[in-house]
Design a protein around this ligand. Structure first.
Ligand code: AMP
Length: 437
């Protein structure tokens, strides 16, 4: 399959050739013809699957064939949950549209509004925006929606998780009724389904990986550890395994700052991005990490949402996320564009409920390991997935267990006294056991 069979114009094919995209990804194969035909789409796809190009390329092609944009108006609106994702999508739009005479721009909060108002004055064909800032600009008459032909919601699930549902409702009410709608979401909760029912008309449904499953190219495992030892374990793993580029997730901003202090005290270069950091600091931190100037990037879920960092080999969950769907988003930062990655969760006993919820969501029991020197005093209890009801031994006629099940009392005692997780990175018995639901 090549891009030329999907109906893209010569100009876009030339651009793709220049940027080295030779083969369309599965979501591109399905979404590009659907969007070109003017249909609404509802796509379940994670970051890393090539979803941005799957809507950006046909969207640009449709706009390139249409009317010119009036001052302060826009023709396509792409909504994203975070500034970082907005910037990335806008960069992709600029790259894919470099040989087209379409104007694109990006607006998001946390920076001065005036330069954004100035840019909108001449009219913009494709505007990438975060919801709050867009409404702010609308209330100042800086942006008008009557020319909008296409709306794309990128990472719609995250927008709802982040509490943007009111803003989205307001924006939808301001847009012309006749338009094409494109909705992308990594997970499909009930709230997302409600939104799709009200928003999309007879959509083409696209699913490129099983719903609610984490990226398959990622080797995922759990490292059991006591809470107090997590920081030490992390620096030990980074050193011992010689990890060069690691994205670490913490649940809180405070947790991220504390971890940075620990890593720096261990002479490991690390920087944090979270909501309390200015946009300038976040952008620089990300650029340094991408350029391999910083070894470790510590991020909270919101700040890290949608980050596109190519060939990221390791993602660490320093804390498990409270919302199980965030696990999928976090792990989606690695194993991208067909590469293998590793997603490791440092799990302490108090997090077992969160672990169980994640395993239920991804329909998978995560392999458990322990690291020499970090064997936990407080074992992480088995989850429902790992727990296996002991088989009742079949009784022989004499009332004795048969075959392999037959053990002497002393053998049985020996078995139960075997240390669990002894040695380096041993898989626990529970992790090897078949899942029972
Ligand atoms: P996305 O899922 O949109 O975040 O894209 C993930 C990464 O894959 C980005 O770095 C894209 O530039 C890259 N990419 C998207 N489509 C292709 C393709 N057909 N061939 C090669 N790389 C691609």
């Amino acid at each position: 399959m090549t891009f030329s069979t999907l109906g893209l114009s010569e100009t876009l094919l030339r651009t793709l050739d220049e940027i080295g995209y030779s083969t369309p990804t599965p979501i591109q194969i399905k979404a590009i013809p659907a969007v070109l035909s003017g249909r609404d789409i509802m796509a379940a796809a994670q970051t890393g699957t090539g979803k941005t190009a799957s809507f950006a390329l046909p969207l640009l092609q449709r706009l390139a064939n249409g009317n010119s944009v009036k001052s302060n108006h826009i023709r396509a609106l792409i909504l994203t949950p975070t500034r970082e994702l907005a910037v990335q999508v806008a960069e992709s739009i600029a790259t894919y549209g470099k040989h087209l005479s379409l104007k694109s721009s990006v607006v998001y909060g946390g920076v001065k509004i005036n330069p954004q108002m100035m840019k909108l004055r001449s009219g913009i064909d494709v505007l990438v925006a975060t919801p709050g800032r867009l409404l702010d600009l609308f209330s100042r008459n800086a942006v008008k929606f009557s020319q909008v032909e296409i709306l794309a919601l990128d990472e719609a699930d995250r927008m709802l998780d982040m509490g943007f549902s009111d803003e989205i409702g307001k924006i939808l009410a301001l847009l012309p009724k006749k338009r094409q709608n494109l909705l992308f979401s990594a997970t499909f909760s009930d709230d997302i389904r409600k939104l799709t029912t009200s928003l999309l008309k007879n959509p083409v449904k696209i699913e490129v990986s099983p719903r609610n499953s984490a990226a398959r190219s990622v080797r995922q495992w759990v490292c059991e550890v006591d809470k107090s030892k997590k920081s030490a374990l992390l620096s030990h793993l980074i050193r011992n395994r010689n990890w060069s580029q690691v994205l670490v997730f913490t649940r809180t901003k405070n947790g991220a700052d504390q971890l940075i202090r620990h890593l720096k005290s261990e002479n490991i270069s690390a920087v944090a991005i979270h909501g309390d950091k200015s946009q300038g600091l976040r952008t620089r931190a990300l650029a340094d990490f991408k350029a391999n100037k910083t070894r470790i990037l510590v991020a909270t879920d919101i700040a890290a949402r949608g980050l596109d960092i190519n060939e990221l080999p390791h993602v660490i969950n320093f804390d498990l996320p409270k919302v199980p769907g965030d696990y999928i988003h976090r792990i989606g930062r690695t194993g991208r564009a067909g590469l293998q990655g590793e997603g490791i969760s440092l799990v302490s006993a108090d997090e077992v409920k969160l672990l169980a919820a994640i395993e239920t969501l991804i329909r998978q029991t995560l392999v458990r390991e322990v690291e020499t020197g970090f064997i936990p005093n407080h074992k992480v209890p088995l989850t429902r997935q790992t727990r296996v009801r002991p088989k009742k031994p079949k009784k022989s006629k004499q009332g004795q267990p048969r075959g392999e099940n037959r053990k002497t009392a002393s053998e049985q005692k020996q078995d139960s006294s075997k240390p669990r997780n002894a040695g380096k990175s041993k898989r626990t018995a529970g992790s090897r056991e078949k899942r029972r639901r």
